[in-house]
Design a protein around this ligand. Structure first.
Ligand code: IFM
Length: 456
């Protein structure tokens, strides 16, 4: 994989894209809000996970994070000042139902999101809600969490309340963010909340999350006139570590669980048979009608793109007998993720060819570098700026191929709590000083602003 994009391409302009193209930033509740005890919010699995020694690399938590719960007007001002026309954020379920479910939602939690949405609309930002970005109420985890079918019912109730409350103002709804991470990082790798390490559990969690996605769609449509609904998947272009038949077969298996396990059932094809046959007794329990539910038609496919993976055969390693290897001599972010705009072109071309979604949104894309505030207060994050520019050049190429990408959301508006990495990884276009809560637009943010305002 080489990145061939060069400076001799025509300069990038906002007008290369359709006038109604959505340009935004993405955030999520636990990563930015803080205020974990404010206004009746209940405990989430991430509060519990962070309180467990050794789980978060720097021993931190999202208890304060960017204090966005109190500073949201300033943050929305920043988003609007960039020239974006949309803003993707998530709702903290424990603010709405502190114990996960109940007859009466927490009005103060609903009011917070109503104020936030009104604030977006006042600033010309179209609100894009994500209902689940990983902060499950801890009380539901104690009853089994996503592995328990009751959590599916609880999610549908929560969806009903939120969509009834915000549906007059919010038209774009994302049910789940990155179900792969919910299921496998949280329940198989154990690196995210709830920190379990069981493959069978992860597969059942995955299935239940997908069923909850399908069941939520008609509820949103019932409550929201002109709703546009989809899920945001983390997808990866995959390449075999060598041309050997073994590595090629391993890459196909890996693709089966990483990409097709989500894309196939969402597009009415059921679970991929090649993977299902490998799973044996680890396969999830699928009730009659579940696959039809998961395949409930959506309005768009959300794709979160960060990096490609290189895969090798690994006999005896896990059920799938595959291994992701570090390819040498590739450019990486400070997080170690390969930088590959070409991978984004390959991924979206593949998704468009294999599944023909009517509309795709790039619901996340971004990079983590070790930003330094210079003595004059500037944050010269040239690497992130170049990452952004190169991915937008790739996006222009994707759109020119006729692939129906209709929007791009940069991850993220702000530096924030990066899950198991704590505050060690910064993804923001805006620098946050976590001691003072001072925000400073980085060079990358200024570049995004110049691009969006036609000033490049
Ligand atoms: O911070 C995360 C986000 O919550 C989900 N997508 C990937 C981002 C970077 O790791």
């Amino acid at each position: 994989m080489t990145n061939t994009r060069t400076n001799d391409l025509p300069p990038l302009k906002r007008s290369d894209f359709a006038p109604d193209f959505r340009w935004g930033c993405s955030t999520s509740s636990y990563q930015i809000e803080g205020a974990v005890h404010a206004d009746g919010r209940g405990e989430s699995i991430w509060d519990r996970f962070c309180a467990t020694p050794g789980r978060i690399r720097d021993g931190s938590s999202g208890a304060v994070a960017c204090d966005h719960y109190h500073r949201w007007p300033q943050d929305l001002d920043m988003a609007a000042s960039l020239g974006t026309n949309a803003y993707r954020f998530s709702i903290a379920w424990p603010r709405i139902f502190p114990s996960g479910r109940g007859r009466v939602p927490n009005q103060k939690g609903l009011d917070f999101y109503a104020r936030l949405v009104d604030g977006m609309l006042e600033r010309g930002l179209e609100p894009w809600v994500t209902l689940y970005h990983w902060d499950l109420p801890q009380a539901l985890q104690e009853q089994g969490g996503w592995v328990d079918r009751d959590t599916v019912a609880a999610f549908v109730e929560y969806t009903d309340v939120v969509s009834r409350h915000l549906g007059d103002r919010v038209k774009h709804w994302i049910t789940h963010n990155e179900p792969w991470c919910t299921a496998f990082i949280g329940n198989y790798e154990g690196a995210h909340a709830p920190g379990l390490k069981d493959f069978r559990t992860a597969l059942q969690v995955c299935h239940n999350v997908m069923v909850s996605h399908g069941l939520a769609i008609p509820v949103i449509r019932r409550n929201v006139a002109d709703a546009k609904v989809g899920a945001a998947l983390s997808l990866h272009p995959l390449y075999p570590a060598s041309a050997s038949a073994q590595d090629v077969a391993a890459t196909l298996r890996h693709d089966g669980l990483r990409n097709r396990w989500f894309l196939d059932p969402l597009h009415g094809r059921g679970y991929p048979a090649d993977v299902w046959n490998i799973l044996g007794d680890k396969a999830p329990v699928v009730q009659d009608g579940d696959l039809q539910i998961i395949a409930t038609p959506t309005d768009f496919l959300g794709v979160n793109y960060y990096f490609p993976e290189v895969v090798a055969d690994a006999p005896g390693q896990g059920v799938m007998a595959t291994r992701v290897v570090d390819s040498p001599n590739v450019e990486r972010t400070a997080f170690g993720w390969e930088v590959s705009p070409d991978g984004m072109v390959a991924l979206l071309s593949r998704v468009a060819t294999d599944y023909q979604p009517a509309v795709i949104y790039l619901t996340e894309n971004g990079s983590s570098y070790e930003d330094v505030v210079s003595s004059n207060g500037e944050i010269d994050d040239g690497e992130r700026r170049r990452y952004l520019e190169r991915h937008l050049l790739a996006l222009r190429e994707i759109v020119a191929k006729g692939i129906p990408v209709k929007g791009y959301f940069a991850w993220s508006l702000l530096d924030n709590f990066e899950w198991a990495e704590g505050y060690l990884r910064r993804f923001g276009l805006t620098h946050v000083d976590f001691d003072t809560q001072q925000r400073r637009l980085k060079l990358s943010g200024k570049w995004y602003r110049s691009f969006l305002k036609g000033e490049l």
